[in-house]
Write a protein that binds this ligand. Structure first.
Ligand code: KG4
Ligand code: ZN
Length: 406
């Protein structure tokens, strides 16, 4: 019996990543080659450059992941690759490489949804610690540079999970499938998307606000560090700036758990204009341009109290919205456990607030380590394990799915 030693490959955005995970719970290696330096001058990911960098990095990154895991191409049991969502050209690099490798080695190939990967990064680490019993349903907030989604997740039999995916929650004759019983619980997962962003993802708002204020890319880590030095009450962002606009949306498509982060970005821009902050932003941008890998300690002296207050207030508004909407959804859908994952889950204020509010509401909250919060391939190999057990393998005729829904 193979113990499911899976090589994961992830190239959906700006990290070329490969990892080896055994049985969905033993992290043997986790290699991430970041393209931050390539995209930094543009203040965001440039898709063509991302594909070119993936092409350059994919072979050495996979080699390193196998070597660090003490595995060879022959000793792994399967190859898992991100099929979407993400940048089509970037995804195709990982997919073409994974297909070629699987074909040449005669190993099964498993396709994984990037968002499912983020959810499984939590499980991987909790299972690795041992004694992990979670109560279902789980409500997972996946919050990153490309996504802000709420998924209600259940564990179901592998066969049921396959049917669910194929028929969008309907049985053969169109009837709604029963919700799973505990004794059915096996290896499959099913997800219901109960909230999503209507415009920008939360991480995208961090990146755009950082760019607007002349800070470095990606914006999340630097805003996280600087926010600690500002007064979060100094700028009042109204609820209307983070309320999703329902206007023009058909009634059946409306959901009270949707997010919207483009309004707050515009509000920051307006504040910068009314407070005449443009020239100080320009001088900070010039100073930042001279630093190769700017750290918070380098940037702090370049920010006055007004800027730090704006940064802290922006973060407070985003964090409060994410936490309170997630908790409201958890109450409404009777979730028993919360997962918070994706790049923005690395944010310290978000973690603190979720822990505090989760404890008040009697809800256990789990995060991945900071290393596994942002994009990586360990989460892809871990999410592939249930599919490996169910022999849910891909043929050779699939392609990248830039907007693949989970
Ligand atoms: O999951 P990820 O690596 O890639 C996507 O799938 O998008 O997330 C990257 C995003 C970026 O927008 C980055 O600014 C944000 O996560 N991020 C953070 C923090 N660290 C990364 N946002 C807030 N606070 C952080 N500490
Ligand atoms: Zn991601």
């Amino acid at each position: 019996m193979h113990d499911g030693c899976i090589l994961g490959i992830e190239t959906s955005c700006d990290e070329t990543a490969a990892a080896v995970v055994r049985s969905g719970e033993r992290l043997l290696s986790n290699v991430v080659s970041s393209q931050i330096a390539t995209h930094q001058p543009y203040g965001g990911v440039v898709p063509e450059l991302a594909s070119r960098e993936h092409l350059r990095a994919i072979v050495p990154v996979v080699r390193q992941a196998l070597a660090e895991a003490g595995q060879s191409y022959q000793s792994i049991d399967a190859i898992a690759v991100t099929r979407g969502p993400g940048l089509a050209g970037a995804l195709l690099v990982g997919i073409s490489y994974a297909k070629a490798l699987a074909y040449a080695l005669g190993k099964p190939l498993i396709t994984v949804n990037h968002l499912e990967g983020h959810i499984h990064s939590v499980l991987l680490e909790e299972k690795q610690k041992g004694d992990f019993e979670i109560e279902f349903p789980v409500l997972a907030l996946v919050v990153s540079g490309g996504h802000t989604h709420l998924f209600l997740a259940e564990r179901v039999s592998a066969e049921r999970a396959r049917q669910w995916r194929a028929n969008e929650g309907r049985g053969r004759s169109g009837e709604a499938l029963r919700s799973p019983r505990r004794e059915d619980a096996d290896h499959g997962w099913k997800y219901e998307n109960i909230g999503r962003t209507r415009d920008d993802a939360a991480g995208e708002a961090y990146d755009k606000v950082a760019k607007l204020l002349g800070l470095s890319y990606p914006g999340g880590p630097i805003i996280d560090a600087l926010a600690k030095h500002g007064d979060p009450q100094s700028v009042k962002f109204g609820l209307s700036q983070i309320k999703h606009p329902n206007r023009g949306t058909p009634r059946d498509k409306q959901t009270e758990f949707d997010f919207s982060f483009s309004g707050i970005k515009t509000a920051v821009l307006r504040y910068v204009q009314t407070e005449k902050m443009s020239s100080s932003i320009e001088s900070r941008r010039r100073a930042m341009g001279k630093l190769s890998r700017p750290k918070a300690a380098d940037v702090l002296p370049l920010c006055d109290q007004k800027t730090l207050g704006l940064i802290a207030s922006f973060q407070r508004a985003v964090v409060d919205d994410l936490v309170e909407k997630t908790l409201r959804a958890a109450r409404a859908r009777e979730a028993r456990t919360l997962f918070v994952t994706g790049g923005v889950a690395a944010n310290s204020e978000l973690r603190e607030k979720f822990e505090m509010r989760g404890a008040q509401e009697g809800l256990p909250v789990y995060f991945p380590s900071r290393q596994l919060s942002t994009d990586n391939a360990a989460m892809i190999a871990a999410a592939a394990y249930p599919k490996f057990l169910a022999q849910d393998f891909a043929g050779a005729d699939f392609s990248a799915e830039a907007s693949w829904a989970l």
